[in-house]
Design a protein around this ligand. Structure first.
Ligand code: ADP
Ligand code: MG
Length: 249
């Protein structure tokens, strides 16, 4: 459902992605691991259409559409969800307001009716329970004063409410303690593990992959995919480190 071919991109005139090729089929979780500064977050920003990131070559096809032709809000309405390594705080806007607004604007874009306040609350309660996030957290301003773990769980609640076809999750495991890691991992499975959905799971650590079992694992280094394998590749990386595994390739 996602097909990236020979993608190159730069920020502030500095080339970060250097001919990156990767596909994710429907029903798959594809994990991406790689050293710091390899371009993992850049890839997720480019897929989301963040301003400032200039695509200088290659193509991205998402569910039969040219993703790079779409504005960020059109990408979201088409079913693409981005989870951020550093979720932003939005003072003055409650989580519930924000989520309902986001859901209804995506529905509008797709020509669907808005959900009512009652329907929305039911959906929000269901997803908050799934992520063991207290409903009070959803009434607070978006991410303001949230702990690292609360931000990530709240982001997964957002994913549950929006119900995307495809999620790009950038280091969703960072800042999580062991219990939160399990809750978030199980949440990702519950929301995104389906024959018609896909996930690109960017992570530094194998431990998240104990919960969200990847079908494929790729190593991103210096702006390209240098190796792809099965779940065993993540275990090897954890044991031997990037240098050894990449030198062997
Ligand atoms: P990763 O997520 O794999 O750790 P990033 O995608 O965040 O890597 O960063 C890739 C590279 O891009 C890094 O070397 C980083 O310093 C560089 N980079 C990120 N933002 C900018 C910017 N605004 N200007 C110049 N270089 C940048
Ligand atoms: Mg990063």
């Amino acid at each position: 459902m996602l097909k990236i071919e020979n993608l190159s991109a730069e920020i502030d005139g500095k080339q970060i992605l250097k001919g990156l090729t990767l596909s994710v089929a429907a029903g798959e979780v594809h994990a991406i691991m790689g050293p710091n500064g390899a371009g993992k977050s850049t890839l997720s920003y480019v897929l989301g259409g963040r301003p400032g990131y200039e695509v200088t070559g290659g193509s991205v096809e998402f569910m039969g559409q040219d993703l790079l032709e779409l504005d960020p809000h059109e990408r979201a309405a088409a079913g693409l969800f981005l989870g951020f390594q550093y979720p932003v705080e939005i003072p003055g806007v409650s989580n519930v307001q924000f989520l309902r607004e986001a859901l209804n604007s995506q529905r509008k874009e797709r020509g669907e009716e808005p959900v009512s306040g009652g329907e929305f609350l039911k959906l929000a309660k269901e997803k908050a329970a799934l992520l063991r996030l207290d409903m009070d957290m959803l009434k607070r301003h978006v991410n303001v004063g949230f702990s690292g773990g609360e931000k990530k769980r709240s982001e997964m609640v957002q994913m549950g409410i929006l119900g995307p076809q495809f999620a790009v999750l950038d280091e969703t495991d960072s800042g999580l303690d062991i219990d939160a890691l399990r809750v978030v991992g199980e949440g990702i499975n519950a929301i995104m593990r389906a024959p018609d959905k896909g996930v690109l799971l960017i992570t530094h650590y194998q431990r998240l992959l104990d919960y969200v079992k990847p079908d494929k694992v790729s190593i991103l280094a210096d702006g390209r995919i240098v190796q792809t394998g099965g779940p065993e590749l993540a275990l090897r990386l954890e044991e031997e480190g990037y240098d050894v595994v990449m030198a062997d390739a």
